[in-house]
Design a protein around this ligand. Structure first.
Ligand code: NAD
Length: 330
């Protein structure tokens, strides 16, 4: 049995990862300040039935790391501010929380964790390279891991998120080389599924369909994304962590299926058996990237992982969870 720490473990990815790992009888501790993650019935059940230990900590405080303990085999560093709306609203906090928590995670890991052969994993983001596609326009699509990481406009608050992820990747790479420890970096590409919060494209669509919103607004209809269902995603993250071949490397996690936003919405209309009379096409927010598709051949080569769950199957599970768990009234 491995002892595992998940920072940001009350959030979307952390919850599903904790569930998966405890179903394999691993010992899991989640550390979260509940800035975004919620102590909802799903998480309470995980604590009660699966034995997950939850500690409430602000990981941007160096002293919090003393309460995390030591002796972990694997540390998944997921804590941070996620959600496009927040990048525009509080870019200074996106930067501070991302950078401070990552720096302290690495300092704690190298000086206090005290476990032989342990490994730490960083969740970066596809946003870290999104600016390169936008600025140079000639990068390969599907995009491999080794493209330049570019902030295309330092004055646009959106890039606060990519900026701190870029710094996080540099910190992980150069700390691990300097202090000789094991680490991997993953770049998630549009994970979706149950309990992802209420401000992502899919939950927002489901909510508008439930309210029978007409005309029905769709932002960035011709943009493309690759959507990866959360069960596939957490399997990939675990496989990168547990492989030795992935040590020191960076891995894209996602599917190689490019989905146009308007096709995604049409699929959801179909699955929910409702269609608005009129669609109101809106521009995507300033700085949003038109096309994004990861090259996922490296993770397949080194771990054997590839996504298995189709968009339709993943959407069905997601819709069913959101219908049972509608957005709470304020
Ligand atoms: N979900 C995706 O598709 C996706 C895409 C790209 C990158 N990522 C990255 O993967 C990681 C997990 O993403 P997610 O979707 O689960 O995000 P999330 O927002 O649901 O989870 C992040 C968690 O970190 C916690 N947190 C924030 N500040 C903290 C602090 N100071 N101390 C302790 N905890 C703190 C939040 O409360 C939240 O529960 C994030 O680093 C995110 O940037 C996710």
């Amino acid at each position: 049995m491995k002892k595992i720490l998940i920072t940001g473990g009350a959030g979307f990815v952390g919850y599903h990862l904790a569930k998966r790992l405890t179903e394999q009888n691993q010992e899991v501790v989640i550390a979260d300040n509940f800035f975004k993650g919620r102590m909802d019935s799903d998480l309470k059940k995980l604590i009660k039935e699966n034995g997950v230990k939850s500690i409430k900590l602000d990981l941007t405080k160096k002293s919090s790391w003393d309460e995390v303990g030591s002796g972990y085999d694997y540390i998944y560093h997921l804590a941070g501010v996620n959600g496009t709306k927040l990048f525009y609203e509080i870019p200074e906090e996106v930067l501070r929380i991302g950078i401070e928590s990552t720096l302290y995670a690495l300092e704690w890991f190298r000086t206090k964790n005290n476990k032989k052969n342990s490994k730490i994993l960083y969740t970066s983001s596809n946003e870290a390279y999104a600016g390169a596609l936008e600025s140079f326009g000639q990068l390969p699509v599907p995009t491999p891991e080794n493209v330049p990481l570019v902030i295309s406009d330092t004055y646009n608050p959106r890039w606060s998120y990519a900026g701190q992820k870029l710094i996080g990747e540099l910190l992980f790479i150069h700390y691990s080389k300097a202090y000789n420890f094991r680490m991997s970096i993953v770049r998630p590409h549009n994970f979706y599924g149950p309990r992802a919060g209420y401000h992502h494209v899919i939950p927002e669509m489901i909510e508008r369909i439930e309210k029978k919103t007409n005309p029905f607004p769709i932002f960035g209809t011709d943009d493309t994304r690759s959507f990866c269902f959360i069960d596939d995603a957490v399997e990939a993250i675990q496989m990168v962590m547990e492989s030795e071949k992935t040590d020191g490397g960076t891995y894209h996690i996602g599917t190689c299926v490019e989905t146009v936003i308007k096709d995604l919405v049409e699929k959801i209309f179909l699955l929910m058996d409702w269609h608005p009379e009129k669609i109101d096409i809106k521009n995507s927010p300033e700085g949003s990237v038109k096309r994004r598709l990861p090259d996922v051949s490296k993770i397949k080569k080194d771990t054997g992982w590839e996504a298995k769950i189709s968009l339709e199957e993943g959407l069905k599970k997601t819709i069913s969870w959101y219908l049972e768990n509608p957005k709470p009234e304020k």
